[in-house]
Design a protein around this ligand. Sequence first.
Ligand code: SF4
Length: 349
Amino acid sequence: MEITRRDFIKDLLTLGGSLLFFPGSLKAEEKRGEAWHPAYEKLEKEGKLAQRVEQAYAIFEDCQLCPRMCGVNRQKGERGFCRAPARAMIFSAHPHFGEEIALVGKNGSGTIFFSNCNLRCIFCQNWPISHEGKGKVIQDEDLADMMIYLQRIGCHNINFVTPTHVMPNIINASRIALKKGLRLPLVYNTSGYERLEILKILDGIMDIYMPDMKYMDADHAAKYSSGASDYPELAKKAITEMNRQVGELMIDKRGIALRGLMIRHLVMPNRVAGTEKFVRWVADTLPKSTYVNIMPQYRVEYKAFDYPKIARGITVQEFLETMEWAEKYGLTNLDPQSVAVRNFYYKRR
Ligand code: SF4
């Protein structure tokens, strides 16, 4: 049976809702009987968290927080490529039910969306927030209170979306929140455009890394992500470092993520994302059981209408070929929703 692109998108939306409680095939590795503690709590006990906050804040004076390496003094009000001030700006903070099942659980992922971005893709779905910087400037103490609030209403984690350019604020706020009773896993939900030196400051603070791997090709990265031709090489190094820090995904008895690496890869039309290269790289570099979410929900947004190669959604065939590559290269821990979408279309073939 032929499946049109319109059918494909409609089916994805339907499946997305119905799969909220899909049990999946995540590997439960929580050691029975051992109490779990967030990484940053241990670092504070060792007396190292305050030092990290100080080290991170010093970078604002000559900003090198990301590979753009602008060198501006954000403490003095100068702005670099990301246009972010030295105070955190946020667009929203709320329980999010559209994230990965292991983050959402029953009560949602406590998601905090930061304004501005250091990558700025021309197809960004959140462009009013990331490109136009819509949001509100807040103090680190307010950010800490938001984290406590998200914990109080039952969220399973604190999910920092687009965190790279506000990393110092995040770790300072996390320390303040820890003193107020925060005990949830912290999720670093990043585009993957990161510097190794900066990620090392986060070692022992973040429990879960959720990087994108957007492209494997420098020309595509430059064209669609504001000149970032070094994205593929740097993102690969960043993900390898994240894996060194937190390892494979660990979930509790309820299926909720506690610690580990979760890689996202958005399938793009005309093979722009380089998915075959991506899955081969994961299989060759990381454990084959690394959690990988191959996402089918690309849609044309913002300036993508002006770029013919990406000015349409993906087809069913384009999605299915990526899942076949993942299988061919032996990846064993694919996101259960992607697997369900694949199986759904297999049944209709
Ligand atoms: S975080 Fe912003 S100011 Fe700092 S280096 Fe990156 S783009 Fe430039």
